[in-house]
Write a protein that binds this ligand. Structure first.
Ligand SMILES: [Zn+2]
Length: 160
């Protein structure tokens, strides 16, 4: 039995914050303004998994007014979400993600992100796709004011 889920996350980019995507620290003048580490890639993927399980979203599971999650490492949040999936009897078949970020270019970081996400999800990195696009100078992404990530994931019931 298969379940499919979709996730989306946006963070405002501000000076003086780190930029972390898929657990990888990216050299950037601006980083995500967030209660946690602002890792939009982990957040979108975690939301996709929770969506596939029909279990609300990351904000409900890890409220941003809870001091426990202040500056939380989102790779660890993702690992907790996949634990929830496993308890429900599901594993990740594959996931596909698109990061929308004007700068810096992410090409050199893509493989490291895929491996970090695959590690958190306990799957082979060949099952995790990370793509990066710019906003072509348009809208909040294009003006360098935001990072947005879309994610889709397929879960399957684990054979017992
Ligand atoms: Zn987020």
């Amino acid at each position: 039995m298969f379940r499919i889920g979709i996730g989306h996350d946006t963070h405002r980019l501000v000076e003086g914050r780190l930029l972390v995507l898929g657990g990888v620290r990216i050299d950037s003048e601006r980083g995500a303004d967030a209660h946690s580490d602002g890792d939009a890639l982990c957040h979108a993927l975690a939301d996709a998994i929770l969506g596939a399980l029909c279990e609300d979203d990351l904000g409900a599971q890890f409220p941003d007014n809870d001091p426990q999650w202040k500056d939380a490492n989102s790779i660890q949040l993702l690992a907790r979400v996949i634990l929830r999936a496993r308890e429900r009897g599901f594993h990740v078949v594959n996931a596909d993600t698109t990061i929308m970020l004007e700068r810096p270019k992410l090409r050199e970081h893509i493989q490291a992100m895929r491996e970090a996400l695959a590690g958190a999800l306990s799957v082979n990195s060949a099952c995790i796709s990370v793509k990066a696009k710019t906003g072509e100078g348009l809208d909040a992404v294009g003006r360098g004011e935001a990072v947005t990530v879309q994610a889709i994931v397929l879960l399957a019931r684990t054979a017992i």
